[in-house]
Structure formats: C-alpha cells, structure tokens
Design a protein. Sequence first.
Length: 183
Amino acid sequence: MTDTKDLLRSYFAQNGILLCNENRELPSLSSIGGKWNDIVALMESREVFYSKLYKGQVTYLSREFYYHLKPLRRRERHLSRQARELLALLRQTDPMGTEELKRLFPLWGPHFGTYLEELLRELLVTAFRRDRTISESWCTFLWAPAESWEAALSPLPSSPAEARRLLSSLLSEKQIDLLLKQE
C-alpha cells in the first residue's frame, strides 16, 4: 500500500495546488485519495502552505508553488484596517489559535473570520501547526505569518511563469488570469 503522504507529495510535484473540499474545477484532498492527517503533517513539516487562495476555499499550496506565487500576492495594501492589525499582532507573537485571537479582538465578533481570510487569501498568514484535534478528520490550527513559516526553510526561486505552467493542466487561461491577477 502506498503511503498517502507520498501520494500527496507526488501530486504536489505535478500540480502545486489542491483544495480541501470537493470542487468541480480543481482536485480536492479526497478526490486524489489524500487523508486529512497526512495533509496536516505536510503542513507541519512546511512542505505545504495552507491558504484561501482559490475563491476563498481552503487551498493547499506546495512549498515550490507558494514561492512562485509570492511575488503576485502578499499585497498588504489590499487589506482592511482590521486585517492589518491582526497581521501586526501575529508578527509580534508566537503562533496563536483562533480562540486566543478572538479573545484579543472581542469587538470584531463574527467578522473575525473575514479578517483572517483576507490574510490567508494574500498568503500573508498560514496554518503553522495543529492546535486541537477535534476528530480523526478535523483539527484547529495555530496561525502564524508567512515569514514564520518560511523562517526555517531555504528560499526557493520564484517564477510566476512556472506558477502559470503548473496551473495550465488544471484551469483555463481565463481562470488562471483571475487567480494570478495583480492589482
């Protein structure tokens, strides 16, 4: 039996991007035979970057693909004031869980998730490691800025053209343009 971590590594080497949940446009974790705990282990070993890049959905990026996208994203000027405040806090602290962050920003209430999603969409914050295990197939995460995720890694070359090439087998040119747009 093939280790599903190896299956995921092979998939990411060819494609660079994978969704958590089913979608008719892009492969998902279950559609390629991946398992939740294996994708989390790859995130914790910094082989995979957790984001909300694709249409606000949980989107896993290979380490290489993250570096290819990095010059196209990370646009702090696109953030709301609250998302910038949240990013500043995360840059000053150790990785923090959602509940702890919500306690620090109680007035944001139900909008907290919106601000965190802004940061995840721009590749400025990621899931750093598992926080609490809820079930065999779900857990909460500790969040950290992308710089913390990168800290123990050797930087990789960045090529938006390579990002486009990887996406070309999965998406149409129009979809790729929308995903990679720089405003």
